[in-house]
Design a protein. Sequence first.
Length: 188
Amino acid sequence: MSSCFSNLRIAGDKVVLQAFGDSHLNDPCYFQWLSTPEVMVSINRVEYLLPFSFSEVEQYVRRLQNSPSDAFFAILRSSDDVFIGTLRLMNINWRLGTCEVGVMIGDQTCWRKGFAKDAVRVACDYAFNKLSLRKVSAEANGDNVAMCRCFLSLGFEKEGVLREHARSGGAFVDRVIFGLFSDELKPE
């Protein structure tokens, strides 16, 4: 992770965001999540359903870690520090004060328990109050109802729909675009 993000550890109610490091990259769960169809479809990363190597994943992670416009985090369950997913603040545009957030809860036993919502809330708070950004954007497949609800419950507004722009379960689905300004983030 670029030097300005490399030592971060940000606590929420249910999760801790920690700079994604070698221990996370080498955790067998991470590679397994990237190979799990339900997880990859949920984040619209179906390219990982094709054969890929650890080396390719490592190159991807190293690019993120060295990027001045990305902050890549491991999501840890705060109750026991178990690694359950990842979060990215990406395409940080310092001039415009914007970024995008992407979240993956890889551990399916943690789905629909509020971990993604807490992780996104913590990341948005960090983006607004520490990075002084003014807007965070996000996207989700329209059939990922839980993620769409998550964004809306945090105060994100639906800004647009890219019709049939993604694939899910063999069908084309809408890609929903959300936006959140700093004064719109809903507290706990």
